[in-house]
Design a protein around this ligand. Sequence first.
Ligand code: MG
Length: 228
Amino acid sequence: MIEAILFDLDGTLLDVDMDDFLDRYMLKLAACFSADEKSFTKNLWTSTSAMINNKDPQITNEEAFMEHFLTWINHPRNEVMQRIHDFYEKVFPTLQATAGPFPHTEAAVAAARKLQCPLVLATNPIFPMVAIRHRMKWAGLQEKDFALITAYENMHFAKPNPDYYLEIAQILGVNPARCLMVGNDPVFDIRAAAEAGLITYFVDESLPGLNKNRGRLADFPQFLNSLT
Ligand SMILES: [Mg+2]
């Protein structure tokens, strides 16, 4: 019996060219801080690493990120928060470009809903909730379908740390061994979730069909049927 189903977003439910997206994102975010793009990007990745590598369960990902970010960004904290807020409200929505749902996104979520267990939008919680909400909208997802959306404000770990998956199970009050993680990244989604004891479904569009616990997104409803 499955107690919760977790979905990765980018490359799993949202069709987005991540390299192109991140390039445009960095360019706009650097501009928002009137910073040189090259050094800003380099520093931002270092702050992101500091957040991902943070192992203190008392510190949210946002706190870990901000602690590092504020060491090099040349603006006071209040102004940083205001600029970030404005960026995600006004600029981030303009970055959608060609991002959208995959042909089988809606059917995959509908099949999961049929099991009537909590669904989790288990995107790597290294972005603010507002950014994840925008990306969910691009994927045609309804927030009300998800019991939990992981973001940097509400999580204390990030992929590929298996503790990220254990924290989700703990928040929902479910057994990790009865949770299913669906994702397209063999390390961040599949190996990390398996290390936490979850059941996994590896979304691999290069496969001709369902093969044990891997297959295309189109094969996911069939996979769910095989579990129940
Ligand atoms: Mg992904």
